[in-house]
Design a protein around this ligand. Structure first.
Ligand SMILES: Nc1ncnc2c1ncn2[C@@H]1O[C@H](COP(=O)(O)OP(=O)(O)OP(=O)(O)O)[C@@H](O)[C@H]1O
Ligand SMILES: [Mg+2]
Ligand SMILES: [Zn+2]
Length: 505
């Protein structure tokens, strides 16, 4: 019997698999056990044909293949390659002692070439194993796991020659991680005229990772502002980049030349998106938009137009930073910690509260429209701001506006401060502060305390809103480089909650 190592991924977590191959006398057939998936039948055909087409003998005996452990449901076609090698090793075509130190992954095409697999980086980064032999197309991505040596091969034949020592395969070179600080995208905040309050609020939201909702009449620039957020996001450290790369790898989004993802994601799903598209799922559960936005931004434009059930799926991830997709027998958890940016009009016609145009909606229409955004979701949003329509003067003014690079500089400084403050915590940003940490890091000075006490009474702020104000004030203080939160920081933070009262009372 031959034993050969392989692995697979559930979500972004890797699981090792031992593949045992045994050839015995009996009716010629290939039996695979421990793979309850439908891919089992297809695997049998692919393996048989690929071995023959690569010019190797296929034994006319009973072949039994066992994938251990048997109790985990395995998916995907990445076991073709190791199963084929195991069969060849049983026949003495490849030396079995060469197999034991390596882990093999890959799907076989009928002609014996190796097809790339999804989630290669999740497997190589998640296992302690050192040597991997896998499809050349996955090599760049797989080699991002710093401890792993990756041998890229193109076909079953090439792999056999490599194991026989006839064909040397160079392991993939490791490149040091560069913390690139290039500005993302081609758009810039300097193109947005006026809207100082909105820009300031977005800077605070990005700096402290506070969820934000923009409300305003059509044409004020909400979509325009949101689309410029990628240009002020801070760079990622290696761990963050790796996690995002894993998610994109599992989703098959890495594209032609897979490598480490350097840019934080910015996802803007359309409002017709289903709950599954947002949360993830399907028979072979794929990450949804919320997980694809992990580490970056999820922009929900025309917020109230989203389907109610789709919006409800936001609640869990907004609280926990991850999402669990349940299926018949198993469940998959994907990370989903993103900055939520939402935009909406205040009413169906869009002009409620607009100084330039009269709203024509009835009170009932307005109520109905606003209630589409459910209370629980709204309650989890930290910052609400109004984005008013622009006057002609502002729109045509030549006054230079601040560039994204300058804003981004401040965001990066602020993130650095937070990282050092929370170095012993499991989180990195002010928005995630626990109530106990709020006491330690976000207690305002005496005047600030008086101010927030007054606001609680006058504006009827909820307990949740109280903590949100303190967290936002912490970010405002950090942007100003102040250790102690002062009353001016509290005052500004309260402004970002005042819409509670205005629209939803
Ligand atoms: N502040 C601004 N500075 C410069 N141009 C602007 C500004 N606001 C809007 N515009 C122009 O108007 C267009 C429409 O703006 P945008 O789509 O961002 O509005 P919106 O607030 O998202 O409207 P809606 O509520 O209808 O979605 C922009 O593409 C841009 O050309
Ligand atoms: Mg818009
Ligand atoms: Zn209206």
């Amino acid at each position: 019997m031959i034993r050969i190592k392989s692995a697979f991924a559930i979500g972004i977590h890797a699981f090792p698999v031992d593949i045992e191959v045994d050839i015995s006398n009996g009716l010629p057939q290939l039996i695979v056990v421990g793979l309850p998936d439908t891919s089992i039948k297809e695997a049998r055909e692919r393996v048989r044909t690929a071995i023959k087409n690569s010019g190797f003998p296929f034994p006319p005996d009973k072949i039994t293949v066992n994938l251990a452990p048997a109790d985990i449901k395995k998916e995907g076609a990445a076991f073709d390659f190791p199963i084929a090698l195991g069969i060849l090793a049983c026949q003495g075509v490849v030396p079995s002692e060469k197999l034991s130190a390596l882990t093999f992954l890959g799907e076989l095409a009928l002609d014996g070439t190796l097809r790339p697999l999804k989630g290669a980086i999740a497997i190589t980064a998640g296992l302690k194993n050192h040597g991997f032999v896998l499809p050349a197309d996955n090599a760049g991505e797989a080699a991002l796991a710093q401890h792993a040596t990756i041998y890229p091969v193109k076909s079953l034949r090439e792999a056999v020659e490599f194991l026989l020592g006839d064909h040397p395969v160079e392991p993939v070179k490791k490149y040091p991680y560069e913390n690139k600080t290039c500005c993302q995208g081609s758009v810039d905040f300097s193109e947005v005229r006026g809207q100082q309050t909105a820009k300031r609020a977005l800077e605070i939201a990005v700096a402290g990772n506070h969820k934000i909702l923009m409300i305003g009449p059509p044409g004020g620039g909400k979509t325009m502002l949101a689309r410029r957020i990628p240009s002020i996001l801070s760079p990622m450290d290696f761990e963050e980049a790796l996690e995002i790369t894993k998610i994109q790898s599992i989703s098959g989004l890495l594209g032609e030349r897979p490598g480490l993802v350097h840019e934080r994601p910015f996802r803007s799903p359309h409002y017709t998106s289903s709950a599954v598209a947002l949360a993830g799922g399907g028979t072979d559960p794929r990450p949804g938009e919320m997980s694809l936005a992990h580490g970056g931004v999820l922009f929900l434009d025309e917020f109230p137009e989203f389907r109610r059930d789709a919006l409800e799926t936001l609640r869990g991830p907004l609280e926990d930073g991850c999402i669990t997709i349940s299926r018949a027998k198993s469940q998959v958890t994907y990370p989903a910690h993103f900055l939520l940016v939402a935009a909406m009009n205040p009413c169906p016609c869009g002009h409620l509260g607009d100084s330039r145009k009269q709203c024509r909606c009835s009170l009932g229409q307005i109520r109905k429209y606003q209630s589409k955004v459910s209370g629980p979701v709204l309650d989890r949003i930290d910052i609400h701001i109004e984005v008013p329509s622009l006057s002609f003067q502002t729109l045509t003014s030549q006054e230079p506006a601040e560039s994204s690079a300058v804003i981004r500089e401040r965001v990066c400084e602020c993130r650095k401060l937070q990282r050092s403050r929370y170095r012993l915590r499991s989180y990195k940003t002010n928005s995630q502060m626990s109530p106990r940490d709020i006491k330690e890091f976000a207690t305002p000075d005496l005047q600030g305390r008086k101010l927030i006490e007054m606001a609680m009474k006058e504006l009827h702020l909820s307990a949740r809103a109280y903590y949100k104000v303190l967290k936002i004030a912490r970010t405002i203080g950090d942007l100003a480089g102040c250790e102690q939160i002062q009353s001016e920081h509290i005052a500004e933070a309260i402004q970002y909650r005042s819409l509670d009262r205005q629209w939803w009372s």
